[in-house]
Design a binder for this molecule. Structure first.
Ligand code: PLP
Length: 404
């Protein structure tokens, strides 16, 4: 007999929430691991995992090195070094006009991942419902399950991957405790419209739910400037915003993130956070504080360099015969393999490294079973790679048309 959710241990709930536990109760490996080993086996270009193949600014690496040499080698304060908290507050004011008290309304976390974990554990528990859009970044499902809460999803619809507002409204219930927004959105690359964000704020207010908004791709946008949820009327008092240095500065391995919002909510997150890692990465915090102070042109440059990469890969995918959903943010492109006759993207993803020498991730792994059905023929490709590598991937992909 299978154990019900209540009898499951925390690891079983977590593994199930992350789609790692099979129906037989056995633990699988993540799709990212599976695709990475297939890529290695077949010498394929790995566009599966989303990490850049170039380091971020040399000055930031120098700042981290200098911090180590200058003795920034012991525990940082639990809430983060003052210089970084101040830099986060200044950044929010400069780009979005959001005013924060760096002492009470900002804490530093071990990447956005720890901020998400601490916030979900702090704010949701058994009997609560947590809303996310679907597809969803895998750590949300895992953390909601670990918290013992119920995961309710609202579908995003191709081609723009915006939610239907009626479906959003219908998903709220009196038990909705937390709404997790991810904007710009991984895996689809969608950027939610102001109307969608405003509706989320309105519905969260009506149901007295907290909004947790994961904005790690805030500077990787290719059209309109990013709109933080917390900047919308009525949002600030119930919104926790999460971001990190990994995507903005191409230092995903440094794992420096931050959580900002009203003092009372940040204090709750901090209570959990201090028993997860307590603190982290003292010298990296110094370097990230420096990076956040860079002039506006630096941040514009990141987006325009990435946009050129997006266009190279999009062209290759189109030439291969896939339907491309052009992303307005992030470094991911979603493409539909159905026009080529591939209805099962999971199967195609498993064959792609051998077929053409490129690895990708099926979008269905970011979904519950119903959502997986809806996204069955979609693949996610990462374009945070050097341009010649993307051009080579595009050339390899174009061979796909001849193989079907
Ligand atoms: C939506 C989203 N949130 C959070 C993270 C993790 O951020 P960090 O590396 O800062 O923990 C990622 C990384 O892929 C992501 O895509």
């Amino acid at each position: 007999m299978q154990a019900g959710p209540a009898e499951r241990s925390a690891w079983q709930r977590t593994a199930a929430g992350a789609n790692l536990l099979g129906a037989d109760g056995k633990l699988g490996v993540t799709i990212f691991e599976e695709m990475t080993s297939l890529a290695v086996k077949h010498g394929a270009i790995n566009l599966g995992q989303g990490f850049p193949d170039e380091d971020g600014p040399a000055e930031m690496m120098e700042a981290a090195r200098a911090a180590i040499l200058n003795g920034a080698n012991q525990y940082a304060p639990g809430q983060g070094i003052p210089r970084l908290r101040e830099a986060v507050a200044v950044h929010q004011e400069r780009f979005y006009g959001i005013t924060l008290d760096p002492w009470r309304e900002v804490i530093v976390s071990t990447g956005a991942t720890e901020g998400i974990a601490a916030a979900v554990l702090a704010l949701a528990g058994p009997g609560d419902e947590v809303l996310t859009f679907e597809p969803f970044y895998d750590s949300y499902g895992a953390m909601i399950a670990l918290a013992g809460a119920e995961h309710v999803t609202v579908p995003l619809h191709a081609p723009s991957f915006q939610p239907h507002l009626a479906e959003l409204e219908a998903a709220f219930t009196p038990r909705t405790r937390l709404v997790i927004v991810n904007n710009p959105h991984n895996p689809t690359g969608a950027v939610f419209g102001r109307d969608v964000l405003a509706r989320i704020v309105e519905l969260a207010g009506k149901h007295d739910a907290v909004i947790l908004t994961d904005e790690v791709y805030e500077h990787l946008v290719f059209g309109e400037p990013h709109i933080p949820v917390a900047s919308l009327p009525g949002a600030a008092a119930r919104t926790l915003t999460i971001s990190s240095a990994g995507k903005t500065f191409s230092f995903t391995g440094w794992k420096v993130g931050w959580v900002t919002g009203p003092e009372e909510l940040v204090a709750r997150v901090r209570t959990i956070k201090q028993f997860l890692t307590y603190s982290s990465g003292t010298p990296f915090q110094e370097a990230v504080a420096q990076g956040l102070d860079y002039p506006d042109e630096f941040f514009r440059g990141i987006a325009s360099a990435l946009e050129a990469k997006r266009d190279i890969l999009a062209e290759g995918l189109r030439a291969a015969g896939l339907d491309v959903f052009m992303p307005l943010g992030t470094y991911f492109i979603t493409a539909d393999a159905a026009p080529l006759g591939f209805d099962d993207a999971l199967d195609l993803a498993r064959r792609l490294p051998e077929l053409v020498g490129v690895a990708a991730i099926p979008v269905s792994v970011f979904c519950h079973p119903e959502g997986a059905e809806r996204t069955r023929s979609l693949l996610r490709f990462a374009f945070c790679k050097k341009e010649p590598l993307l051009a080579e991937a595009a050339a390899r992909l174009s061979r796909l048309v001849d193989l079907v």
